[in-house]
Design a protein around this ligand. Sequence first.
Ligand SMILES: Nc1ncnc2c1ncn2[C@@H]1O[C@H](COP(=O)(O)OP(=O)(O)OP(=O)(O)O)[C@@H](O)[C@H]1O
Ligand SMILES: [Mg+2]
Length: 453
Amino acid sequence: MTTPDARLRLDKDAFFDSLGYRPHPGQQAVHRSDASRRIVACGVRWGKTKCAAMEGLAAAMEPKDKSIGWVVAPTYDLADRVYREIVFIAAEHLRHRIEVMKENERRLVLRNLSGGLSEIRAKSADNPVSLLGEGLDWVVVDEAARLKPAIWQGHLSQRLLDKNGWALLISTPAGKGWLYELFLRGQGERDPDHESWNAPSAQNPHLDAALIEVERDRLPERVFRQEYMGEFIEGSGAVFRGIRECAIGELEEPKEDESYVAGVDLAKVADYTVLTIATRSPRRIVYFDRFNKIDWTSQIARIQGALDRYGNPPIFVDSTGAGEPVFEALHKAGCNALAYAFTSRSKGALIDNLVLRLERREIELLRGDVWPEAIEELEAFEYTVGETGNVRMNAPSGLHDDCVISIALAAWHPISEGGFDVSVVREPHRRPRRDLFARATDSEAELPPWLRD
Ligand SMILES: Nc1ncnc2c1ncn2[C@@H]1O[C@H](COP(=O)(O)OP(=O)(O)OP(=O)(O)O)[C@@H](O)[C@H]1O
Ligand SMILES: [Mg+2]
């Protein structure tokens, strides 16, 4: 074995050059920084993973007797993104330096510039036991905002103390949780150990600017601002915009040549059953009913009566929990009931779809004086961003959301043959009859794109 030579130092620029990596100015700033805590909170596709992988590789090349670094993320899949990039570059450019490469252990050992051994491992934070143990020279944390604060404080930052190691935390901003606090320490009159950067995705010159514009149109504004503009979105705020502009419609009697869609949110304990009927294309609300405190049999008769008048259109029903028997009863009564099973994901998709329709003026609501509760509920409906960056959308406590859900169900796309995402919408009894949807004018292209994955 060669004796490590402490006088050697890695020339990072030359090293990156030899790998064919040319950091863009944003990445360059991160590589040049000597802060022991670096926080990169930038938009998606900014080049965070690439930058972190390169920084990890450079650290592993530093002349040292022995060094060890970890790549950590909330799950193994996410940790693998940085780790695979490292392995890929090592296999391509540094094959002669690879001493150990254990796929199943996610462990790579490289012979560094002075002949010492440098180990790189990928770890998942969902298995905190695996985070116990050795002192680290460095740690890269991907999707850091989605890590529980206890993992950073209790497991990772402690691992760095013995060897005075560095951390590079990369993430899209998500909420104003623990990462935001670390981020602030790296801004302005900063704590000298911390340096942080925040930039939109567009700073990556390798990204197609036109594609970003496509995403701007496709995503609800709040999601775009967080994901592509790299903004730390406040803890809560209004979900729907453009409500008043869309609230211009009148009630309308059924028309022979019109096709309709409907949504119903069924009363739970203390709230209302709300039925919304809209024309299919363009989506215009023409009828609503809102009632509580009547027994299920009367409710079903009342819903069925209204639907019959409008040609028995497909109706989306929240089929979760107490909704299930009512859904079945509607089905048995001959309604074209379609179950919309609520999970946090499916609810998010349902709300996002309504957000988009409102932002793009693709739905007409009833005027405020015709259906005041709907406007009140839509305006009050809010999102809150949790510590881990998860977005929850709800009525503020004490207020109802049954009009919102009913409208959102009526705003959902009709199911065309084949465009049926069973993980989000399911139809428990039988597949919808073909003729039922033969009139659908909206195409599958109308499906919110993020539902297709
Ligand atoms: N300096 C660079 N030179 C060439 N290509 C780059 C550079 N930096 C990033 N890229 C490319 O840009 C794309 C996005 O990079 P990367 O995956 O590192 O971004 P990210 O910020 O981690 O994205 P995500 O938010 O999706 O995790 C990749 O295709 C990557 O190869
Ligand atoms: Mg990444």
